[in-house]
Design a protein around this ligand. Structure first.
Ligand code: ADP
Length: 162
């Protein structure tokens, strides 16, 4: 049976095919998924919240089961606020695991009512990260295999001019 609601938090700076794959698979398990764009003091980001939100919006084909929101502060507080129990995270490599394990453990200690569900990256996307895509775009490489067309267009405008 499907669970009601999950929060999928991240920077989404910008949204990639790797993110969208995890989202699609999350929607098989949950009726609705909130994509929660995190405000992170250490990660300033290339795109504004509005742009990130717009790029996600343009990539979900009007799916009414996806809600796009943003939050700052602790994830556990946001999860409580929207009355969710589950958080979805994608796992790529061992390097992701260490950080994710730490965060999931801290979050569960702070809020035992919340659980993190990890989904293993798909074979086609395991090497995709928003950070490396921005590097490729910066040096004018093609990012069409990594991000949906609107993101590709915006990256081109940023690094190569309109
Ligand atoms: P990043 O900036 O590292 O691409 P985010 O902070 O936006 O990622 O990540 C949001 C979530 O999506 C994280 O759980 C991250 O592990 C996951 N994620 C990002 N890229 C992928 C991918 N290619 N495959 C699976 N999960 C991914």
């Amino acid at each position: 049976m499907k669970q009601k609601l999950a929060v999928y938090p991240g920077s989404f700076d910008p949204v990639t095919f790797g993110h969208l794959d995890i989202l699609q698979r999350g929607l098989e398990l949950f009726d609705r998924v909130i994509i929660a764009i995190a405000y992170n003091i250490e990660k300033k980001g290339l795109f504004t919240f509005e742009e990130r939100k717009e790029l996600i919006q343009q990539s979900i084909n009007g799916n009414p089961n996806v809600i796009i929101d943003s939050f700052d502060g602790l994830l556990i507080d946001y999860v409580k606020k929207v009355d969710a129990t589950f958080v979805i995270r994608g796992l790529r490599a061992m390097s992701d695991f260490e950080y994710e394990f730490q965060m999931a453990s801290i979050n569960r200690t702070l809020n035992p009512g919340m659980d993190t569900l990890f989904m293993m990256t798909s074979k086609d996307y395991f090497f995709i990260s928003a950070r490396t895509i921005k590097e490729v775009a910066q040096f004018r490489g093609s990012v069409s295999s990594f991000v949906p067309a609107p993101g590709e267009k915006r990256l081109k405008e940023i690094f190569e001019g309109p």
